[in-house]
Design a protein around this ligand. Structure first.
Ligand SMILES: [Zn+2]
Length: 287
Protein backbone atom coordinates (compact mmCIF):
# COMPACT_ATOMS: atom_id res chain seq x y z
CA UNK A 1 0.00 0.00 0.00
CA UNK A 2 2.84 2.40 0.78
CA UNK A 3 5.26 2.83 -2.12
CA UNK A 4 8.93 3.65 -2.38
CA UNK A 5 9.81 7.12 -3.70
CA UNK A 6 11.72 5.76 -6.67
CA UNK A 7 9.04 5.57 -9.34
CA UNK A 8 7.34 8.84 -8.38
CA UNK A 9 10.65 10.71 -8.44
CA UNK A 10 11.77 9.33 -11.79
CA UNK A 11 8.42 10.38 -13.28
CA UNK A 12 8.78 13.82 -11.68
CA UNK A 13 12.32 14.28 -12.92
CA UNK A 14 11.35 13.30 -16.46
CA UNK A 15 8.11 15.31 -16.31
CA UNK A 16 9.80 18.40 -14.83
CA UNK A 17 7.67 18.76 -11.72
CA UNK A 18 8.38 18.29 -8.02
CA UNK A 19 6.85 15.72 -5.67
CA UNK A 20 6.01 17.34 -2.33
CA UNK A 21 7.39 15.93 0.88
CA UNK A 22 5.12 17.20 3.64
CA UNK A 23 6.35 16.45 7.15
CA UNK A 24 3.82 15.04 9.60
CA UNK A 25 3.56 15.66 13.34
CA UNK A 26 0.32 13.99 14.38
CA UNK A 27 -3.03 12.69 13.16
CA UNK A 28 -4.35 16.08 12.01
CA UNK A 29 -1.24 16.70 9.88
CA UNK A 30 -1.45 13.28 8.27
CA UNK A 31 -5.16 13.53 7.54
CA UNK A 32 -4.90 17.05 6.09
CA UNK A 33 -1.98 16.13 3.82
CA UNK A 34 -3.51 12.89 2.57
CA UNK A 35 -6.88 14.52 1.85
CA UNK A 36 -5.27 17.50 0.08
CA UNK A 37 -3.08 15.26 -2.10
CA UNK A 38 -6.00 12.99 -2.96
CA UNK A 39 -8.10 16.00 -3.98
CA UNK A 40 -5.25 17.38 -6.11
CA UNK A 41 -4.34 13.95 -7.49
CA UNK A 42 -0.72 14.47 -6.45
CA UNK A 43 1.71 11.77 -5.38
CA UNK A 44 3.00 12.48 -1.88
CA UNK A 45 5.89 11.72 0.43
CA UNK A 46 5.08 11.91 4.14
CA UNK A 47 8.24 12.98 5.96
CA UNK A 48 8.88 11.98 9.56
CA UNK A 49 11.81 13.54 11.41
CA UNK A 50 13.54 11.69 14.24
CA UNK A 51 11.94 14.12 16.70
CA UNK A 52 8.45 13.82 15.21
CA UNK A 53 8.75 10.03 15.30
CA UNK A 54 9.62 10.17 18.99
CA UNK A 55 6.77 12.63 19.61
CA UNK A 56 4.29 10.23 18.01
CA UNK A 57 5.56 7.50 20.40
CA UNK A 58 7.75 5.75 17.84
CA UNK A 59 8.07 4.75 14.19
CA UNK A 60 5.83 1.68 14.64
CA UNK A 61 2.96 3.91 15.72
CA UNK A 62 3.54 6.24 12.77
CA UNK A 63 3.67 3.39 10.28
CA UNK A 64 0.50 1.78 11.64
CA UNK A 65 -1.38 5.10 11.68
CA UNK A 66 -0.40 6.06 8.14
CA UNK A 67 -1.20 2.65 6.67
CA UNK A 68 -4.59 2.53 8.41
CA UNK A 69 -5.42 6.09 7.40
CA UNK A 70 -4.54 5.57 3.73
CA UNK A 71 -6.95 2.64 3.81
CA UNK A 72 -9.78 4.24 5.79
CA UNK A 73 -9.71 7.50 3.78
CA UNK A 74 -9.69 5.53 0.50
CA UNK A 75 -6.54 7.27 -0.72
CA UNK A 76 -5.70 6.29 -4.29
CA UNK A 77 -2.65 8.51 -4.99
CA UNK A 78 0.82 7.00 -4.37
CA UNK A 79 1.89 7.53 -0.74
CA UNK A 80 5.47 7.12 0.43
CA UNK A 81 6.35 7.08 4.15
CA UNK A 82 9.83 8.50 4.53
CA UNK A 83 12.24 9.05 7.41
CA UNK A 84 13.58 12.63 7.24
CA UNK A 85 17.18 13.34 8.35
CA UNK A 86 17.56 9.91 9.90
CA UNK A 87 20.43 8.68 11.98
CA UNK A 88 21.94 5.30 11.13
CA UNK A 89 19.97 3.62 13.95
CA UNK A 90 16.83 5.57 13.09
CA UNK A 91 17.03 4.39 9.48
CA UNK A 92 17.28 0.77 10.58
CA UNK A 93 14.34 1.22 12.97
CA UNK A 94 12.17 2.67 10.19
CA UNK A 95 13.01 -0.18 7.83
CA UNK A 96 11.92 -2.52 10.63
CA UNK A 97 8.74 -0.51 11.30
CA UNK A 98 7.49 -0.70 7.71
CA UNK A 99 8.48 2.67 6.26
CA UNK A 100 8.77 2.64 2.46
CA UNK A 101 11.66 5.13 2.29
CA UNK A 102 14.49 6.40 4.46
CA UNK A 103 16.88 9.31 4.50
CA UNK A 104 20.25 8.74 6.07
CA UNK A 105 21.74 12.11 6.93
CA UNK A 106 25.46 11.51 7.16
CA UNK A 107 26.23 15.09 6.18
CA UNK A 108 27.87 15.84 9.54
CA UNK A 109 30.16 12.79 9.29
CA UNK A 110 33.52 12.63 7.56
CA UNK A 111 32.82 11.77 3.90
CA UNK A 112 34.34 8.26 4.21
CA UNK A 113 32.07 7.38 7.11
CA UNK A 114 29.07 8.88 5.31
CA UNK A 115 29.93 6.65 2.32
CA UNK A 116 30.36 3.50 4.43
CA UNK A 117 27.09 3.90 6.34
CA UNK A 118 25.13 4.98 3.27
CA UNK A 119 26.44 1.93 1.39
CA UNK A 120 25.33 -0.44 4.14
CA UNK A 121 21.86 1.09 4.43
CA UNK A 122 21.40 1.03 0.64
CA UNK A 123 22.05 -2.71 0.57
CA UNK A 124 19.58 -3.39 3.41
CA UNK A 125 16.91 -1.09 1.94
CA UNK A 126 17.23 -2.28 -1.67
CA UNK A 127 16.47 -5.86 -0.66
CA UNK A 128 13.12 -4.64 0.69
CA UNK A 129 12.27 -2.24 -2.14
CA UNK A 130 12.78 0.78 0.10
CA UNK A 131 14.12 4.02 -1.38
CA UNK A 132 17.10 5.82 0.16
CA UNK A 133 17.94 9.53 0.31
CA UNK A 134 21.46 10.63 1.16
CA UNK A 135 22.73 14.10 2.00
CA UNK A 136 25.90 15.93 1.17
CA UNK A 137 26.61 19.35 2.63
CA UNK A 138 24.57 20.33 5.68
CA UNK A 139 21.31 22.20 5.11
CA UNK A 140 21.39 25.42 7.10
CA UNK A 141 18.98 26.47 9.79
CA UNK A 142 17.61 24.45 12.66
CA UNK A 143 16.04 20.99 12.61
CA UNK A 144 15.41 19.06 15.80
CA UNK A 145 17.95 21.21 17.63
CA UNK A 146 20.71 20.61 15.10
CA UNK A 147 21.91 23.83 13.51
CA UNK A 148 23.61 23.57 10.12
CA UNK A 149 25.76 26.29 8.62
CA UNK A 150 24.01 26.51 5.25
CA UNK A 151 27.05 25.33 3.39
CA UNK A 152 26.93 24.36 -0.25
CA UNK A 153 27.60 20.76 -1.20
CA UNK A 154 30.87 19.80 -2.87
CA UNK A 155 29.90 18.43 -6.33
CA UNK A 156 32.72 15.84 -6.20
CA UNK A 157 31.37 14.45 -2.90
CA UNK A 158 27.87 14.45 -4.40
CA UNK A 159 29.15 12.31 -7.27
CA UNK A 160 30.66 9.81 -4.82
CA UNK A 161 27.47 9.49 -2.78
CA UNK A 162 25.24 9.39 -5.88
CA UNK A 163 27.25 6.43 -7.19
CA UNK A 164 26.38 4.30 -4.13
CA UNK A 165 22.96 3.37 -5.47
CA UNK A 166 20.89 5.88 -3.50
CA UNK A 167 17.49 6.77 -4.96
CA UNK A 168 17.74 10.53 -4.44
CA UNK A 169 20.27 13.04 -3.26
CA UNK A 170 19.91 16.09 -1.03
CA UNK A 171 22.62 18.63 -1.72
CA UNK A 172 22.94 21.94 0.09
CA UNK A 173 22.57 24.82 -2.38
CA UNK A 174 22.14 27.68 0.08
CA UNK A 175 18.73 26.45 1.26
CA UNK A 176 17.94 26.43 4.97
CA UNK A 177 15.38 24.92 7.34
CA UNK A 178 12.85 27.07 9.13
CA UNK A 179 11.89 30.65 8.35
CA UNK A 180 14.20 32.37 5.84
CA UNK A 181 15.85 35.56 7.12
CA UNK A 182 15.11 38.79 5.25
CA UNK A 183 18.73 39.04 4.07
CA UNK A 184 18.87 35.49 2.64
CA UNK A 185 20.75 35.74 -0.68
CA UNK A 186 18.73 33.05 -2.53
CA UNK A 187 19.47 29.61 -3.96
CA UNK A 188 22.88 28.95 -5.50
CA UNK A 189 21.92 27.81 -8.97
CA UNK A 190 25.57 27.67 -9.96
CA UNK A 191 26.10 24.97 -7.29
CA UNK A 192 22.96 23.13 -8.39
CA UNK A 193 24.23 23.17 -11.97
CA UNK A 194 27.65 21.83 -10.87
CA UNK A 195 26.02 19.08 -8.76
CA UNK A 196 23.77 18.15 -11.69
CA UNK A 197 26.74 17.93 -14.02
CA UNK A 198 28.58 15.56 -11.68
CA UNK A 199 25.71 13.30 -10.59
CA UNK A 200 24.10 12.28 -13.87
CA UNK A 201 20.33 12.14 -13.64
CA UNK A 202 19.75 11.11 -10.04
CA UNK A 203 16.63 12.92 -8.70
CA UNK A 204 17.71 15.80 -6.45
CA UNK A 205 15.97 16.93 -3.28
CA UNK A 206 15.43 20.51 -2.14
CA UNK A 207 15.17 20.75 1.65
CA UNK A 208 13.83 23.80 3.45
CA UNK A 209 11.17 24.38 0.79
CA UNK A 210 9.10 26.64 3.05
CA UNK A 211 9.66 30.25 2.15
CA UNK A 212 11.88 29.98 -0.94
CA UNK A 213 10.29 32.30 -3.55
CA UNK A 214 8.15 30.29 -5.99
CA UNK A 215 10.17 31.33 -9.04
CA UNK A 216 13.35 29.97 -7.44
CA UNK A 217 11.63 26.69 -6.51
CA UNK A 218 10.36 26.29 -10.07
CA UNK A 219 13.77 27.07 -11.51
CA UNK A 220 15.36 24.45 -9.22
CA UNK A 221 12.75 21.91 -10.38
CA UNK A 222 13.57 22.71 -14.00
CA UNK A 223 17.24 21.97 -13.18
CA UNK A 224 16.72 18.47 -11.74
CA UNK A 225 15.07 18.85 -8.34
CA UNK A 226 12.33 16.20 -8.17
CA UNK A 227 11.34 16.41 -4.49
CA UNK A 228 10.71 19.52 -2.43
CA UNK A 229 10.48 19.29 1.37
CA UNK A 230 7.86 21.36 3.17
CA UNK A 231 7.61 21.41 6.95
CA UNK A 232 7.66 24.91 8.47
CA UNK A 233 4.96 26.25 6.15
CA UNK A 234 2.34 23.84 7.48
CA UNK A 235 3.35 24.61 11.06
CA UNK A 236 2.96 28.33 10.43
CA UNK A 237 -0.44 28.03 8.74
CA UNK A 238 -1.73 25.70 11.46
CA UNK A 239 -0.52 28.05 14.22
CA UNK A 240 -1.96 31.16 12.55
CA UNK A 241 -5.44 29.69 12.09
CA UNK A 242 -5.49 28.23 15.60
CA UNK A 243 -4.36 31.53 17.12
CA UNK A 244 -7.11 33.43 15.27
CA UNK A 245 -9.72 30.97 16.54
CA UNK A 246 -8.61 31.36 20.15
CA UNK A 247 -8.02 35.11 19.98
CA UNK A 248 -11.55 35.50 18.65
CA UNK A 249 -12.74 33.68 21.79
CA UNK A 250 -14.38 30.92 19.73
CA UNK A 251 -13.16 28.22 22.10
CA UNK A 252 -15.38 29.81 24.75
CA UNK A 253 -18.53 29.73 22.67
CA UNK A 254 -20.65 26.59 23.11
CA UNK A 255 -18.41 23.55 22.85
CA UNK A 256 -15.75 25.43 20.92
CA UNK A 257 -13.16 23.88 23.21
CA UNK A 258 -13.86 20.42 21.74
CA UNK A 259 -10.60 19.43 20.03
CA UNK A 260 -12.52 18.46 16.92
CA UNK A 261 -13.65 22.10 16.69
CA UNK A 262 -10.54 23.73 18.15
CA UNK A 263 -8.17 22.03 15.69
CA UNK A 264 -10.45 22.35 12.64
CA UNK A 265 -9.34 25.83 11.45
CA UNK A 266 -5.69 24.74 11.61
CA UNK A 267 -6.54 21.54 9.77
CA UNK A 268 -8.36 23.46 7.02
CA UNK A 269 -5.48 25.93 6.76
CA UNK A 270 -3.00 23.08 6.26
CA UNK A 271 -5.13 21.69 3.43
CA UNK A 272 -5.00 25.06 1.64
CA UNK A 273 -1.22 25.30 2.16
CA UNK A 274 -0.71 21.81 0.75
CA UNK A 275 -2.82 22.60 -2.31
CA UNK A 276 -0.93 25.85 -2.87
CA UNK A 277 2.45 24.08 -2.73
CA UNK A 278 1.26 21.27 -5.01
CA UNK A 279 0.25 23.88 -7.63
CA UNK A 280 3.64 25.56 -7.30
CA UNK A 281 5.56 22.30 -7.70
CA UNK A 282 3.33 21.21 -10.62
CA UNK A 283 2.50 17.79 -9.15
CA UNK A 284 -1.29 18.25 -9.43
CA UNK A 285 -2.91 15.67 -11.68
CA UNK A 286 0.32 13.63 -11.79
CA UNK A 287 -0.85 10.74 -9.56
ZN1 LIG B 1 15.75 18.81 5.65
Amino acid sequence: MLVSAEEMLIKARDGHYGVPQFNINNLEWTKAILNACEEMKSPVILGVSMGAGKYMTGFKTVSAMVKAMVDSLGITVPVCLHLDHGTYDGAKACIEAGFSSIMFDGSSLPIDENIAKTTELVSIAKEKGISVEAEVGAIGGEEDGVVGMGECADPEQCAKIASLGVTMLAAGIGNIHGVYPANWPGLRFDVLEAVRAKTGNIPLVLHGGSGIPDDQVRKAISMGVAKVNVNTELQLSFAKATREYIEAGKDKIGKGYDPRKLLLPGYNAMIETCKDRIRCFGSDGKA
